[in-house]
Design a protein. Sequence first.
Length: 394
Amino acid sequence: MRAALVIAAKDFRQRLRDRSAIIVAVIAPFGLAAIFGILLGGTEDGLDLRYAFADLDGSSISSALRDGPLAGLEEAGVATITEVDGRDAAEAAIEAGDVGAALIVPAGYASAVQSAETADLEIIGSTQAGLATDVLRAVATSFTAELDGIRIATGTAASVMGVSDPAAVGELGARAAQTTSPLTVRAVDSELQQVVPTTFYAASMAIFFLFFTAQFGVLSLLTERRQGTLPRLVAAPISPSAIVLGKAIGSFALGIVAMAVLVVASTMLLGARWGDPFSVAILVLAAVTAAMGITALITTLARTEEQAGGWNSIVAVTLAILGGAFFDLSQGPEILTQVSFLTPHAWFLEGLDRLAAPSAVLADIALPAAALFGMGLVTGAVGLVRARGLVVSR
């Protein structure tokens, strides 16, 4: 065991001196997580909605739009509404970057609605707004759909009652607009939650690059065989098992340190929220075990370092795509979601999703952790046996 620890310490020091290893293990995943978090994450809740609102109609209907759905977005804390004087002011605010999109109620909008004429709300969105424009469009569409429902209900009631006086029809419309909707939508606390985007990107990049970090141990056997140092190790009073174990321990330690640095750095610098530290530590240990096992198996199937590095890269990218490390799999076919759980990436991210629940406990990650440890132990056992054969045959 002492010989294995000496080999592990030597490999660990060697990797720390290797700048490329530090870049792969820490700098690259943290940098990409920061970029994705800034570009796609928005605020800590994943939304950054800043709107300008121009009321050129000054009617009760435009006031209902401002005091209803738009005010609801403000109260929910996901949007800020800035009232402007007109279209020019709204466009200027967008160009200045003060808002992402603007909603304009044109003059005569209420009259058009009440007279069953075509009435359009106008939305101006920045090309950089993305989701913000989509949300505003959904709000406007919902509001106009409600107005259409009121117009249809008013027209039907007027026809049935034989009302033709415009004033009477207008009164029916006003009464319909004041009727409380039988359906309401409200926010409730749920145990089924997902990590915020910043945490997702930090975690997905960490598990993705972990596969490149975990390969260093067994890969170094091929390097030492090429450099001629492996026969010297075998000739020394060190068993082949101790050599393989030392390589595995060094790689495991490097993976743990890299993941720990990423968790701490993303929490302090990016605002990621990983969850209970002890539960996260279990998930990290399981993820490193899975990555080590899979990369060890793949590396021992190769004959050269270049071949092993290429195969590991292909597998790492493929597993990351199938595991949902780059995009939300819920947008794809159901079969893709099912297949994803054949990858350690999906189980690692699933474990973090479970930790995002308000009352999450260690038992909640039992299944993801078990799946990760299982993948690692099965593939790792085969890989280490093959690695020992690689040392013996040298």
